[in-house]
Design a protein around this ligand. Sequence first.
Ligand SMILES: Nc1ncnc2c1ncn2[C@@H]1O[C@H](COP(=O)(O)OP(=O)(O)OP(=O)(O)O)[C@@H](O)[C@H]1O
Length: 356
Amino acid sequence: MKPSPSRRDTEKDALEFEFLEGCKKSGTLNIDGVKQCVDHNEIQILGVLGSGSCGVVESAMVRQKLMAVKTMYKNDNKENLKRILRDVRIMSLCNSPFIVTSYGYFMFDSSVKICMQIMSACCEKLLRRIYHSKLDFFPEFVAGHIVYSAISALDYLKEKHSIIHRDIKPSNILFDDAGNVKLCDFGISGFMTNFMAHSKSAGCPPYMAPERLTIETNSKYDVRSDVWSLGITTYQLVTGVYPFPLNDLEFTTLTIIANLNLPSPSLKEETKRNFSPVFIEFLDLCLRKNVHERPEYKKLMKNDFFLDYDPASGDRYKIKQLNETENQVAVWFNDIKKRTRAEDELKPMPNTPCVN
Ligand SMILES: Nc1ncnc2c1ncn2[C@@H]1O[C@H](COP(=O)(O)OP(=O)(O)OP(=O)(O)O)[C@@H](O)[C@H]1O
């Protein structure tokens, strides 16, 4: 049989076209409402904030504005290009107080730099600082504030842009010094059709919902898979441990998560004493293994625990403003930063997945 003539990869061509189109806006930054044409040589790198599978995030000064600059390296791989373009496109689209603001980006032949609002620490770094200083893990009111902020961000993404995040985990939830919580990292987010996502695009397996790990269903899932990831993240933040046994073989852990005949994770009886019944019930709902029993955002937003941390709830809102500039979350956050060490942010902790 004659070998078929080499066919062009039309998807890759489209991505390269999108990249070239994106280059037209390269260097146009919107800093505090003022559009400015900036040369990349004006980026003064100050230090490293973090790194992930796709690149490095550094603090930088640009035209007297302190910001975070995420550099992602482009290669010949289609998935790599897809991931970079998604991150750029979605960050540019979003306008929510619960999502890190993008100021603009720079595109080069071999790399892309996204300039964004600088945050103070991600939840993963905070967890590590807390663990190595032997302090108490995240208190319920901080978990409430995180849940409120993350669900508000995820609902915004779904309702306004039909986007599903797909990579909710402690390292993608960031705090600023004022105690605001925002989501970042849209590299593996996806656009939904009929409220369903179809792509098998990778995420972080230990935080993936059972339906995303199951061969029969992993090609079709909805935002409730992010609800699961938020549940796993919240469990980890308040207890300091991941709710499933972590074996050397990731496969074994994932098999336990995917098996609907095994129980859904829930807080241990002795741990439950430290939390309110509404929190325990909320966490149980997010961690229902069966996706059909797991609520969607609108239902969660009517849940008592969510309402307790929604500032629009009036008197029942549980986060107290302690002085003109600080609320309870900001005080907790700044206290943790004072009482723990920055160098511990890079030291792993046991019983949690090592994701980067
Ligand atoms: N705007 C920001 N301000 C401060 N730190 C940030 C900011 N954005 C990201 N970081 C830090 O950098 C880390 C890596 O960022 P990010 O998750 O976007 O990279 P990634 O390569 O996409 O990672 P991943 O492997 O998790 O997908 C975060 O966990 C966080 O600690």
